[in-house]
Design a protein around this ligand. Structure first.
Ligand code: ASP
Length: 444
């Protein structure tokens, strides 16, 4: 009875604990430590110390002990002072985990993203560069469409024409590589560095990679002569360096590790040492900035054909899928097995072959890539593949399926069908490596 009264007292008395307080919550079975979040009726929402959120049924709580009160005073923001001697970069925010933090007033992970907020989050940035910020969108990257790419590109163009020395694009990690590839096709000759940066863990977690990824990106822009689009992400399990990765050859290869991003069939452009701040280039054939030249009129080709599909091959595939894809799209990238195979050979699967042939005869474009990730497709090793080549399927060498999807959409959005078919298997932005070598074969 005494315990029940105490519980009611603690849970009903608002003054006992408040949102933002660091607390210990005792239930019959467990003790949870974390920060009180704005909660729902029957549940107490807690951000655990390991970064995860959990809801604890209020009826099951025996006691809530306040360990630390949230500071009642409004946080003081460090002003973003402009220093003439430093380069100026624009940080475009599109959403995702990077640079988002828990907002105890609204209860969600949100992105307060003025220059001041960013400097507060990553104070070292203001010693490296002057920062301008722009909120382009605030979305998770799995929701991105081609219209979002156009919005990002137009913000990049505007910033580049205003004379910034580089642009950092904060982006959700899931489809970050697609956006990097899209930007790289859209901007052929951009004369400043454009780095797409994400973070696997949000900034309120001890193991967050957002600060280090942003600092390394800013250092790379400050020190290097690189021009063009690239990705900047953690490169190992420790907090030692970030990799600058080629925009069209990069893939997220792990769901949660901070070093999830790797160059596939290619090598990183450079590493940025977070401790010494030294840049080590692995490539020399990148586009270089012409010193002192400001971009007045940045060329942007931002057409994208909406009707493009990515078809992943698997056993027991239904004919309906081929019908659906060829009926719905103008261009299809097939993510084939091995060297680029699709179920088109047996009597049962021959209809798939005929559907593809009809589609191409009627003006559709089919690009062939491999789901192996590493290595390249080849039409001349197996007879089955030669048959696909003979009906007009385009073998995309060692291009990633994701890059091929973006590239085909971009090609059909800006060129005729004939030109798109001609350019698909040619390397325009480093998306195809000429030869597979021991160095780029197994980048993991
Ligand atoms: N799903 C999220 C996104 O891609 C994950 C992240 O932000 O890293 O936007």
């Amino acid at each position: 009875m005494e315990r029940a009264q105490r519980k009611v007292l603690i849970l009903s008395a608002k003054s006992e604990f408040r949102e933002g307080d660091s607390v210990e919550v005792l239930t019959e079975e467990n003790t949870f430590r974390g920060t009180i979040m704005p909660g729902r009726e029957r549940f107490l929402s807690l951000k655990l110390n390991n970064g995860y959120n959990m809801g604890i049924e209020k009826d099951k709580i025996k006691e809530v002990r306040v360990i630390n009160r949230m500071k009642a005073v409004k946080e003081q923001k460090r002003p973003a002072r402009e220093r003439k001697s430093l380069k100026c970069i624009a940080v475009l925010h599109t959403g995702g985990t990077i640079a988002s933090k828990v907002n105890y007033e609204t209860g969600g992970v949100s992105a307060g993203f003025s220059a001041e907020d960013l400097i507060e989050l990553v104070p070292e940035l203001s010693d490296i560069v002057n920062i301008k910020t722009e909120l382009v969108s605030n979305m998770m990257s799995e929701d991105m469409n081609f219209s979002n790419y156009r919005k990002i590109a137009s913000a990049v163009k505007k910033q580049a024409e205003s004379g910034v020395d580089g642009v950092i694009i904060g982006h959700g990690t899931d489809t970050l590589a697609f956006t990097a590839a899209a930007l790289s096709f859209m901007f052929e000759k951009i004369s400043i560095p454009i780095l797409v940066v994400g973070s696997q863990r949000s900034s309120d977690r001890g193991s967050s990679d957002s600060a280090m990824n942003l600092v390394c990106a800013a250092e790379f822009i400050r020190q290097s002569d690189f021009a063009g689009v690239a990705v900047c992400m953690h490169s190992s399990l420790s907090d030692d360096k970030c990799a600058i990765l080629p925009a069209t050859k990069t893939r997220k290869l792990h769901t949660s590790r901070r070093d999830a991003f790797k160059a596939v069939n290619d090598k990183p452009i450079a590493f940025v040492d977070f401790v010494t701040r030294k840049i080590e280039f692995l490539k020399t054939d990148y586009h270089k900035r012409a010193p002192g030249v400001k971009s007045k009129d940045v060329a942007l080709q931002d057409g994208f054909e909406e009707g493009i599909g990515l078809l992943k091959v698997h056993p027991n595939m239904s004919k309906g899928l081929f019908e659906f894809f060829t009926g719905s799209y103008k261009g299809i990238i097939i993510e084939g097995t091995g060297m680029g195979h699709a179920p088109t050979n047996t009597e049962e699967n021959l209809p798939n072959f005929n559907i593809l042939k009809r589609f191409i005869d009627n003006g559709g474009v089919v690009g062939i890539t491999s789901q192996c990730i590493y290595g390249r497709v080849h039409p001349h090793i197996y007879t089955n593949l030669r048959r696909l080549e003979n009906i007009g399927c385009v073998f995309c060498e060692d291009m990633l399926p994701e890059t091929a999807l973006i590239k085909l959409a971009w090609l059909l959005g800006n060129y005729s069908r004939e030109k798109a078919v001609e350019l698909l298997p040619k390397s325009l932005r480093g998306e195809i490596t000429e030869r597979t070598t021991a160095e780029n074969d197994h980048g993991i």
